[in-house]
Design a protein. Structure first.
Length: 281
């Protein structure tokens, strides 16, 4: 029995004071306000040896269907937050003689599903620490929220529309690259056409007929119309004339013969001179 009593005394001395170390009291609030209006809630907090405190106010119809936005120290409006340090902060340095008092600014988010429209709602203030997931709450007060009933627009259900099938895309084929044909830089050299060499042909003149005889044995006509002379001579018809006439004709033939012979010699000499010049060149 003594042990039970000692344990109970220790519990009353240490546990009970720690439970009642924090107190929160709401001491100022409007009885009614418009749903689009910001309101200030006055409260006081008693806390011995407390660290930093994070304060949140909530409206609710019943249970834990909380709604409402709390304005923090930097001017942000915060609803339900996982990070409790986002709420209104009361630093431990601000607590004087285990007590603090001040104002908490609140407003309604009329789009919140927990808000059921104008009516009477409960309100309370909770204190969190940076490590707490649950709050130490104040007493509950009632406030009347006025204004037109908000119309909640139902969220349209998104139906999955059939995805259009992409038309097959023609895959471009690679165009083969033409290999440039190398130019033939080797210009064929034309072989020089051999010059025709004129082979001189030895010719001779027949003294009996007056014809030019080549080395191949063919006869050519005498220069300056020797063949015509033969024809003219062969066609001459001798008539019987007086002896004086015969004498004149005889001398005439002799003169013509000498002239022809001289002419042949001159032509022959001239011919061989030209042949000699050609052979030298």
């Amino acid at each position: 029995m003594k042990l039970i009593r000692i344990g109970l005394i220790i519990f009353l001395l240490f546990v009970v004071p720690s439970v009642y170390a924090v107190t929160i009291s709401i001491n100022q609030y409007p009885s009614s306000f418009d749903q689009n209006q910001e309101v200030e809630i006055g409260f006081s907090m008693g806390c011995s040896n407390c660290g930093n405190s994070y304060i949140r106010g909530v409206f609710f119809p019943d249970g834990t269907n909380y709604f409402g936005l709390t304005k923090n120290n930097i001017g942000d409006w915060v609803g339900t937050a996982t990070d409790k340090t986002q709420y209104f902060k009361v630093a431990k340095e601000e607590i004087t003689e285990s007590s603090w008092s001040g104002m908490l600014k609140m407003k309604i988010d009329i789009t919140d599903g927990a808000y059921l429209g104008p009516g009477t709602y409960s309100f309370k203030i909770g204190r969190y620490t940076s490590a707490d997931s649950s709050a130490f709450w104040s007493e509950v007060v009632s406030m009347n929220i006025t204004g037109p009933t908000p119309t909640h627009t139902p969220t349209p259900t998104v139906t999955n529309s059939p995805t259009p099938t992409n038309a097959p895309t023609n895959t471009p084929t690679d165009t083969p690259t033409k290999t440039p044909t190398p130019k033939n830089t080797n210009t064929p050299t034309k072989s020089p056409t051999p010059k025709k060499t004129m082979t001189p042909t030895l010719q001779g003149i027949s003294t009996s007929t007056g014809e030019i005889v080549t080395s191949s044995g063919t006869k050519e006509e005498n220069v300056l119309g020797a063949k015509d002379e033969d024809k003219s001579t062969s066609s001459v018809t001798f008539e019987r004339t007086p002896s004086r006439k015969v004498f004149i004709i005889t001398f005439l033939f002799i003169g013509i013969g000498c002239a022809l012979f001289s002419l042949v010699l001159v032509l022959r000499k001239h011919f061989f001179q030209e042949e000699g010049v050609k052979s030298e060149t």
